[in-house]
Write a protein that binds this ligand. Structure first.
Ligand SMILES: Nc1ncnc2c1ncn2[C@@H]1O[C@H](COP(=O)(O)OP(=O)(O)O)[C@@H](O)[C@H]1O
Ligand SMILES: [Mg+2]
Length: 264
């Protein structure tokens, strides 16, 4: 049995949570498309794709935000070389612009310290970050998601019901097996799936395309393994000239079509 005072605290916490939940809707009211870059497992290229996608859309003249919500392993700040930027406090937090992208990450606060959050604390940190961030008017808010169908993923799905999912997989059966579960979950929850990108391809195979078709999910395209990518991380000019970036830039055309959003 919980003590009455502890129970009382929980009621207060739940009320506070409710207030923040309604604030989250308000914070993304003027965002046209929320795209969650997701996967069945880690290490498949979500952060790379989310970063390249954000840069590509921003260069096309769209209003773009990038929200790094992989709170335990944030990495987009390294890819985009976010060093000295700081969010501005103004009735919440206004994300600074990095390479034309409104950029928000827990690393503004945690720096390079680990963020070992569990269960309820994790949900609280997530809700807090979502509730304080003022995105303003955007065409696209790209979310770099935590991997798989963890608590964190379920929290984000519940908190931002308008998210449309872009799924990243490698050519491996092992990665696709986990993707199938994610697709099943999203379908059961009636959440829109924009399509699948097959990343780090090293040889011809139609395994992912055939299986995406079977599941009725659009195959947006493949991206080859790019051995020059590692050297380009943290240098946005170099990154924009990689085969990886060029390929994602091409897939953006497909994505805009899939979203029926007029290319500029
Ligand atoms: N197409 C690619 N070619 C070469 N390396 C890649 C490619 N895509 C991703 N990587 C590398 O794979 C690793 C995992 O990528 P990352 O974006 O961090 O994955 P995730 O966010 O899904 O965990 C990184 O070291 C990244 O540089
Ligand atoms: Mg990542």
């Amino acid at each position: 049995m919980k003590s009455s005072s502890k129970w009382g605290n929980d009621v207060v916490n739940d009320k506070l949570k409710d207030v923040r939940l309604s604030v989250i809707d308000e914070r993304i009211r003027d965002v046209k498309n929320v795209i969650a870059v997701s996967s069945g497992k880690g290490g498949v290229g979500k952060s790379l794709v989310a970063s390249a996608l954000s840069l590509s859309l921003a260069r096309r003249g769209y209003g773009v935000g990038l929200f790094d919500l992989d709170l335990t392993s944030p990495s987009t700040h390294i890819i985009l070389d976010v060093k000295d930027a700081q969010p501005i406090e103004d009735r919440g937090i206004v994300p600074p612009k990095i390479h034309g992208i409104s950029y928000m990450s827990i690393t503004y606060y945690s720096r390079d310290k680990p963020t070992p959050l569990r269960g309820r604390d994790f949900s609280n940190a997530l809700i807090e970050l979502m509730a304080i961030t003022r995105w303003g008017t955007l065409d696209f808010l790209i979310i770099d998601m935590p991997p798989g169908i963890s608590d964190a993923t379920l929290d984000i799905i519940g908190l931002i019901k308008r998210s449309k999912f872009l799924i990243i997989t490698t050519p491996s059966k092992l990665a696709f097996e986990t993707v199938k579960k994610l697709i099943k979950l999203l379908s059961d929850l009636h959440i829109e799936i924009i399509g699948i990108i097959e990343n780090m391809k090293i040889k011809e195979s139609d395994f992912i395309k055939v299986n995406a078709d079977k599941l009725g999910v659009k195959y947006l395209g493949e991206v080859n393994f790019d051995e020059n990518l590692e050297d380009a991380l943290g240098d946005v000019d170099k990154f924009s000239n990689t085969e990886f970036f060029k390929r994602i830039d091409g897939i953006v055309e497909e994505l805009l079509k899939a979203l029926a959003f007029e290319a500029q």
